[in-house]
Structures are given as structure tokens and as C-alpha cells.
Write a protein that binds this ligand. Structure first.
Ligand SMILES: C[S@@+](CC[C@H](N)C(=O)[O-])C[C@H]1O[C@@H](n2cnc3c(N)ncnc32)[C@H](O)[C@@H]1O
Length: 258
């Protein structure tokens, strides 16, 4: 990782909004737990996140390497850190999410199949789990047995809150991104569905594993503010540039055709 002082808010914090977004964003180079610990209690209105689980990659190896880390890098180095997702660390992470989320608000956490079985049940200790959404990636991926085409999203609440949209199924067919600019970059559409279902304009949307900032674009599109973190400065640089360009032009440079 290229070092940037932990806890140092990015330069784009509070960037002046212009067409078309009304929100602001603040993205930090920080470990997810340090980041959450630095936020006041009950200070965010929606958490949407896609953690880098280590368990899946310990379990599933392809050839001599891990699945995460290839992505065409010439030196075969890993692209990014994985969160140490042993149950104890994961419980601390969830406890911090619970602390920073306001009462009567929602959280969405993405899981691959392996982490869903090892960690998914722990969400119940911190939140009221309401359901599991399946993300159907439409196109086939890799897989040792059945080829992977889906991920799961645990949907839960702190307190009581209705969905803003009642027309959504629990299977979301959103094509995966091919030739993504950032490894494991998720389609903005996925996070947009979460924002549309669980946020109002002016809400503070939080993603402690923000990667390339897809969740941030979705938040800004929903007229929300965004606060996020990633442990890797390269991710934060990409996300900051992406959100600044989106705010200036209304175009998402990493998903230009919509
Ligand atoms: C699956 S990716 C997120 C991708 C993102 N949703 C997107 O659309 O670009 C997970 C991210 O978690 C980051 N990460 C890994 N360990 C972390 C940690 N301990 N704290 C914060 N971020 C971490 C990685 O650098 C990576 O960018």
C-alpha cells in the first residue's frame, strides 16, 4: 500500500456541489474499523458496503495464486488488501456499523457464498436482518464446480424503517462489469437500488470498503451525501477523481454509458 496518513480526510471533502449532484463526499484512506471508530455515534443514515473478504480467497485457490490479486497485474501482485474477516474482527466491524448508524435506518452488506456461510449469521447479533437479496450478475463467471453468477446482499435494519420502494424483487439482475477500471468494481446500479429503497435526499450514505466509489456515485445520484473509506490509497484516488468528475459533469467516468 502506498502510504497516506491514516485518518487524514481526503482533499475533496466538502467539494462544492455543481451539476447535477447536490451532495458532498468525504473519502478517507483508512482501515474500516479505524474509520468507523472515528465517526460519531448515530451519524450516518445508510450503510452500503462490499467488503474484501479474506476467507473466500484462503479457501478457493486457482493454480498457484489466489483469485484476488491477478487482475492482469504484470507482477502478479495482489491488487488490494483483504479485510481479516475472522469472526472476532467481523463482530467488531458490525458493532461499529451498529454504533454509527442512526436509529430506524438500513444497512446492506454484500457477501460471496463462502463468507455468507461463515460470517452472514453474525449480522443478526448487531442488526435485525430483514432478508437476503441475490445479485444476479447475468453473465457467467469462474467457478470450480457451478460457475458463479451471483452474490448475496444481507439487508438489515437498526430499529424500524419501511422501504421507500415496494416494487423491488429480491433478485436484482444487474450485469457484472467487464474490463473494470478497478478490480471487483461493482455496478453503480446495485448501490442505486439500495439508495432508492432506503434513503431520502440529504441522507448520509456510508461505505467503509468503498473501492472505486460506485456506492458514492449512487449516493450522489440520490441527492445524498457520501462518506467512505478504503485502506488502499489507489482506490481512494480513483474514487475521489470519479466522484469529483461526476459532480462536475453529471457523467460517471468509470461507467460512461447509461
Ligand atoms: C470488494 S472491494 C470494493 C469494491 C467497490 N464496491 C467498488 O465498486 O469499487 C473491497 C475494498 O476493500 C478494501 N479493503 C480491504 N481491507 C480493508 C480494510 N481493512 N479497511 C478498509 N478497506 C479495506 C480494498 O482495498 C478494496 O478496495
Amino acid at each position: 500500500m502506498i502510504a497516506r496518513p491514516a485518518g487524514n480526510p481526503s482533499s475533496a471533502a466538502g467539494a462544492a456541489p455543481s451539476f447535477p449532484a447536490r451532495g458532498s463526499f468525504d473519502i478517507r484512506v483508512q482501515d474500516c474499523i479505524d474509520f468507523l471508530r472515528g465517526l460519531p455515534a448515530e451519524s450516518v443514515d445508510l450503510i452500503v458496503t462490499d467488503p474484501a473478504y479474506s476467507g473466500m480467497n484462503r479457501h478457493l485457490r486457482l493454480g498457484h495464486g489466489r483469485i484476488v490479486g491477478h487482475y492482469g497485474k504484470p507482477d502478479n501482485a495482489r491488487w488490494f488488501h483483504e479485510f481479516s474477516d475472522d469472526p472476532e474482527s467481523y463482530a467488531v466491524f458490525l458493532g461499529e456499523c451498529q454504533r454509527v448508524l442512526r436509529q430506524n435506518r438500513h444497512i446492506y452488506i454484500m457477501f460471496d457464498s463462502f463468507s455468507m456461510l461463515t460470517l452472514g449469521a453474525l449480522v443478526r447479533d448487531s442488526f435485525d436482518v430483514k432478508g437476503v437479496v441475490v445479485w444476479d450478475k447475468v453473465h457467467l463467471g469462474m467457478g470450480h464446480y457451478f460457475r458463479r453468477r451471483h452474490e448475496q446482499i444481507v439487508f438489515a435494519s437498526k430499529g424500524r424503517r419501511k422501504l421507500s420502494r415496494r416494487d423491488l424483487p429480491d433478485v436484482w439482475s444487474v450485469p457484472r462489469i467487464h474490463r473494470a477500471a478497478y478490480p471487483t468494481q461493482k455496478p453503480v446500479k446495485l448501490f442505486e437500488l439500495m439508495v432508492q429503497a432506503s434513503a431520502e435526499p440529504g441522507f448520509m450514505v456510508c461505505d467503509p470498503f468503498c473501492g472505486s466509489g460506485s456506492s458514492g456515485v449512487a449516493a450522489l445520484r440520490g441527492d445524498c451525501d457520501f462518506i467512505g473509506a478504503d485502506i488502499d490509497v489507489r482506490a481512494v484516488d480513483i474514487a475521489e477523481d470519479r466522484l469529483a468528475r461526476f459532480m462536475a459533469t453529471g457523467q460517471d467516468p468509470l461507467e460512461p454509458v447509461r
